[in-house]
Design a protein around this ligand. Structure first.
Ligand SMILES: Nc1ncnc2c1ncn2[C@@H]1O[C@H](COP(=O)(O)OP(=O)(O)OP(=O)(O)O)[C@@H](O)[C@H]1O
Ligand SMILES: [Mg+2]
Length: 323
């Protein structure tokens, strides 16, 4: 395999007693989109913020193009920041209200001393065009724009220094439903035109199916399944993945009627005191004694190299089918 753009190894992030991320390893290849899904509170945002070092890491490695940024100081990180960036759910909070759009988009170029004044201006115009905004928007302020336009500005800013990695954390979920699809399409087009690797965090399985080549499923601070998109949607193996997919609306009404929804009982347990053994065992309809005691490792199963952390899934990938 070519060297990953992002490689996270045994990543742990605790906020005091809260074990938000508790030993996650994953890699994103050049030009690949890895979707990261899981219930609210499973640690997706925390993982994304660790991968871009917006928060300090408790332990583990975060390699970007081979350089471990997990323990670097602010000063050591600064020059490396052009290689990775993050876009957030709410574009308003990430855009400086006192700066014009052009200044916002060119800020990373100035910080990293990329180009001259003139070349930055032409780069900003090009970026605004790439994200589907008219050049005149450069003179406006964030509050003069719609939510969808603001998210386009955050994308232009995140991509202006030409990063190898973009972490997108629910980039469409705060937008009006009517503009979500166009922003999602835009991200897909930018990604295939510019070729950056992307860790795409979302609740929305439909957008993962649209954008991601691979999908990682997170539960209470750990990964329970990682597989190619097609394989994950066709053959979800971990009981939690099966439950997650069964809860998503599907566009085909007859299939919706015949499909059985797997209802998980109980809330997601507290990350302060996660269950022993398999973290999912307290809600798993098929758990056995071993699941309550032994932590299941994330291991390759089946013919296509899916990774699953479940004692009940055999090495050939067969296992419990719920619903
Ligand atoms: N700064 C913080 N201080 C303390 N606890 C935090 C902090 N940030 C996150 N957490 C806790 O860490 C856990 C994981 O939160 P995180 O926001 O990463 O989950 P998430 O999967 O992104 O959820 P959502 O889908 O709701 O965005 C939660 O229990 C959350 O309360
Ligand atoms: Mg989140």
């Amino acid at each position: 395999m070519t060297r990953p753009v992002l490689e996270v190894v045994d990543l742990v992030k605790h906020f005091g007693a809260v074990r938000a991320v508790d030993g996650v390893s994953l890699a994103v290849a050049p030009g690949e989109v890895l979707g990261l899904v899981g219930e609210s509170g499973s640690g997706k945002t925390t993982l994304g913020r660790c991968a871009t070092r917006l928060v300090a890491v408790t332990s583990g490695h975060v390699r970007i193009n081979g350089t471990d940024i997990a323990k670097l100081s602010r000063r050591q990180l600064r020059p490396l920041r052009r290689h990775f960036n993050m876009v957030f759910q709410d574009p308003s909070s990430s855009l400086n209200p006192r700066m014009t759009v052009a200044d916002i988009v060119s800020e990373p170029l100035r910080l990293h001393r990329i180009g001259t004044g003139a070349s930055r201006r032409s780069r900003v115009n090009h970026l605004l065009d790439q994200v589907g905004l008219p050049a005149g928007v450069g003179r406006r302020y964030p509050h003069e724009l719609s939510g969808g336009q603001r998210q386009r500005v955050s994308l232009a800013r995140a991509l202006s220094a030409g990063p190898a990695l973009l972490v997108a954390d629910e980039p469409t979920s705060a937008l009006d439903v009517s503009v979500q699809a166009s922003v999602l399409n835009l991200i897909g087009r930018l990604q295939s035109d510019l070729g950056f690797a992307c860790l795409f965090v979302t609740h929305d399985l439909a957008s993962v199916e649209f954008l991601a080549q691979r999908v990682a499923v997170m539960y209470l601070g750990v990964l329970v399944e990682v597989a190619a998109r097609r394989e994950l949607f066709a053959t979800p193996r971990h009981p939690y993945t099966q439950a997650l997919l069964s809860a998503a609306p599907i566009p085909d009404p007859p299939a919706q009627r015949t499909r059985r929804r797997i209802v998980l009982t109980g809330d997601i347990p507290s990350p302060v005191d996660p269950p022993a053994g398999c973290r999912f065992h307290t809600r798993c309809p098929v758990a056995v004694d071993e699941c309550r005691v032994v932590v299941p490792p994330l291991r390759p199963v089946g013919p296509a190299g899916a990774l699953v952390a479940c004692h009940l899934v055999a090495d050939d990938g067969t296992g419990p089918r719920l619903g």
